[in-house]
Ligand binder design. Structure first.
Ligand SMILES: CSC[C@H]1O[C@@H](n2cnc3c(O)ncnc32)[C@H](O)[C@@H]1O
Ligand SMILES: [Zn+2]
Length: 439
């Protein structure tokens, strides 16, 4: 469908340092931004060239790139609140994995639907996922219209199921240009060097991305050092795994040498501050990594360790946490944070210049923020308002791949109360089965 959004405050995210906004129009044709302009003659020409175009008045709205969540486990919405206030290793072994052992693929799809709806309503147009049965999660992605990089996951014990998942995904998602695939071993402490390398070889063979949890907790650092005599980053680097098609989630406990390796290999770091705070994993030196040239992006992690998929909250936390951790209020100002969630994230998933920016020729993934709200007034610096005061509920419209998927805060074709009812019912059922299996 062809679309024309007029009278918007456009935040293109194309400037390197200082944010720039202007009032203008954005035209969409053939899934891409065909017009980004404040020139009335060009806007009129777009109308003439696209006679059936649907026109939407964006007065009072900020039009900006959709947010990109670079690390989550979308189906974990079913575990939101299931295991709070517990350290990572106990959390995984005693709660999460027993629960996940009971989940059926259909239940995973339901959890994914819930998570995708939450993200779309909060202005996320692309998410990067790691989970089991990603071939089924792909169904929810297709149906709901979001863009995703889906990372089929494995532990040392689950290579066969994983390999099946990847084969099916390669065979079935090729026709959906919103889906990219990745190989996603859980971590260097749960996967052997051989299986990590096998995964990377598979990724390279098929041109897929590779992602894993890296240096998340002190326990991980200890386990990896005991087994391999080094850090997780050096261990992965020695295995030949790290490159510019790698996303490392967390990277909390990294030393000088690790940071140099991440930068030199072009690894993208997904910073998940709220998960790191809630599980008491630590504070990633993200301001330092960013200033030293590591590609830094932002993710929420799953809803069992956050406990939401709200990127506005996550961006604000990322900024505030670094300011207090470094005792320097100048670090990670609003625009740098927003670049991490847009421009940098696009680069991390191989869409540099095509996503994360509002410019002609880019893919039409963008959001409109209702900016005439008490908590967003007055406007001295729009980007600071968005990052320091913006909320998921300010997102009015979401366009992905040239299609409107959220309009007036509503997702067409989704019965929200029915979805919530099903999720509640299913979560209770899985929790009951998990408890029974433990007896
Ligand atoms: C192989 S990815 C899916 C796997 O990872 C679990 N998980 C979710 N959040 C975290 C985290 O912060 N650290 C480690 N593992 C995590 C998830 O429950 C799945 O079992
Ligand atoms: Zn994670």
């Amino acid at each position: 469908m062809e679309l024309l959004f007029t009278n918007c405050t456009i935040l293109p995210m194309t400037a390197e340092k200082e944010p720039r906004t202007f009032t203008g129009a954005v035209g969409v044709a053939d899934r891409r931004l065909a017009l980004v302009s404040d020139d009335p003659r060009r806007i009129e020409a777009f109308r003439r060239e696209h006679p059936g175009v649907r026109e939407i008045d964006g007065t009072g709205k900020v039009l900006m790139p959709g947010l990109i969540n670079t690390h989550c486990h979308v189906a974990m919405t079913l575990q939101r609140g299931y295991a709070d206030d517990i350290a990572l290793m106990k959390w995984l072994h005693e709660y999460i994995w027993p629960f996940e052992a009971q989940q059926t693929p259909d239940e995973i799809v339901l959890g994914a639907e819930m998570g995708i709806v939450e993200m779309l309503l909060g202005g996320v147009t692309t998410f990067v996922d790691m989970y089991w049965h990603e071939n089924r999660i792909a169904e929810a992605v297709r149906r709901l219209g979001i863009r995703a990089m889906l990372g089929a996951s494995y532990l040392d014990t689950s290579w066969e199921a994983f390999a099946d998942d990847v084969e099916r995904m390669i065979a079935t998602t090729g026709d959906c240009d919103r889906i990219r695939l990745a190989v996603a071993p859980h971590s260097p402490y749960t996967c052997s060097p051989e299986s990590l390398q096998r995964g990377k070889e598979l990724a390279r063979r098929h041109g897929l991305w590779f992602m894993t949890h890296i240096s998340e907790t002190e326990d991980e650092v200890r386990i990896v050092r005991e087994r391999y005599g080094t850090t997780s980053v050096r261990h992965l680097d020695t295995l030949g795994i790290l490159d510019d098609r790698t996303i490392g989630a967390h990277c909390v406990h990294v030393d000088d040498g690790d940071i140099r390796i991440l930068r030199e290999r072009g690894v993208a770091v997904s910073h998940n501050p709220q998960s790191n705070m809630k599980i008491s994993s630590g504070i990633a030196p993200i301001a330092r990594m960013h200033s030293e040239g590591v590609l830094c992006t932002i993710g929420t992690d799953g809803t069992c360790s956050n406990n939401d998929l709200d990127m506005w909250d996550e961006m604000r936390t990322a900024s505030f946490l670094q300011k207090v951790a470094t005792m320097d209020p100048c670090v990670l100002p609003a625009y740098e944070i927003l670049k991490m969630a847009t421009v940098n994230a696009a680069r991390a998933i191989g869409h540099a210049g095509e996503l994360g920016v509002i410019k002609e020729g880019a893919l039409a993934d963008f959001i409109l923020i209702d900016a005439v709200k008490p908590h967003l007034m007055p406007v001295y610096n729009m980007v600071a308002n968005l990052i320091y005061c913006g909320k998921a509920a300010d997102v009015d419209t979401v366009v992905v791949n040239g299609e409107i998927v959220v309009e007036g805060r509503r997702i067409e074709g989704v019965d929200l109360s029915n979805l919530c009812f099903q999720v509640q019912h299913t979560a209770e059922d899985i929790a009951r089965r998990t408890a029974a299996a433990k007896k």
